[in-house]
Design a protein around this ligand. Structure first.
Ligand code: NAD
Length: 254
């Protein structure tokens, strides 16, 4: 489904990262990949995983809090690929102190940090690849139901995800005339490094499997398969949307 397409996947931290499952699915679907990582520790993990791909990806250090890091990523993509057809934004960060207790106690710095890395970064990354999406493109960002419901402990990250989902809509309106589509996948809870930082995550995780209509937890592979669909031409009529991949949890009231 992605034969002859070039994709940038940001960022992989380890084998549990949603971004890693997306990378494997896109590789299997025939895409040529650039994979982002934050720093040396993540690069070490990534090197161990690379044999699982059919061909070596371009590896890019990508810190979305640093404009020079994004400029370097643009330069490398430009010289190695010459174009980009799809982008995964699978990035979030907040201080652990802000992922427990009461949202009302969030500090100004904690609020700005979460929004900068988890939401503004989508606009910054789109600006980075826009000049390379010369034949249109597809962007997918990962969100969570905490964007639209108050979830215990998710706190400032829920507000940042609301901002991320609004950013998806504004970007879709801006970039649509160039044939660039922008969507989000709202995933159910998955066991990853990022989710380990959320207070009482295990309770959230087991509750989800117990009550969701499909009675199982979301897997990284389910998110990856939906990403492949959104990157492919099969989804050419969809933009500005949030697609739930969460075993149907979001339809429930009680
Ligand atoms: P993860 O820890 O594997 O991924 C988070 C990534 O963000 C890591 O690669 C990390 O290096 C990167 N990152 C942090 N700060 C960065 C910065 N300054 N610049 C660039 N990259 C930075 O965990 P994950 O669960 O795979 O998270 C991926 C996405 O999925 C996030 O947006 C997360 O909110 C979302 N999500 C996760 C769940 C879940 O339950 N795990 C559910 C719904 C949505």
């Amino acid at each position: 489904m992605l034969q002859d397409k070039f994709g940038l996947i940001c960022n992989v931290a380890n084998q549990r990262s949603a971004a890693w499952a997306i990378a494997k699915a896109c590789d299997a679907a025939g895409a040529r990949l650039a994979i982002g990582y934050l720093a040396d520790r993540e690069l070490d993990q990534l090197h161990k995983l690379l044999p699982e791909l059919s061909r070596p990806p371009l590896l890019l250090r990508c810190d979305v809090g640093q404009d020079d890091s994004l400029a370097a990523a643009h330069a490398a993509l430009s010289s190695e690929f010459g174009r980009v057809d799809f982008l995964t934004h699978s990035i979030a960060f907040a201080s652990m102190d802000d992922l427990k207790g009461r949202f009302v106690d969030t500090s100004r710095d904690g609020f700005l940090l979460a929004h900068n890395i988890s939401a503004y970064s989508l606009a910054a990354l789109c600006r980075t690849v826009e000049p390379l999406m010369t034949s249109g493109g597809s962007v997918v960002a990962l969100s969570y139901i905490g964007a639209v419901r108050a979830i215990p402990n998710y706190n400032v990250m829920g507000v940042a995800k609301a901002s991320l989902e609004a950013t998806v809509r504004y970007l879709a309106a801006d970039l649509g005339p160039q044939g660039i589509r922008v969507n989000a996948i709202s995933a159910g809870p998955m066991r990853t490094l990022a989710s380990a930082a959320i207070g009482d995550f295990k309770r959230m995780y087991s509750h989800h499997a117990e009550v969701s209509p499909l009675r199982h937890n979301t897997t990284q592979e389910e998110v990856a398969d939906t990403s492949v669909f959104l990157f492919s031409d099969r989804s050419r009529g969809i933009t500005g949307d949030v697609i739930y991949v969460d075993s149907g949890y979001h339809i429930l009231g009680l």
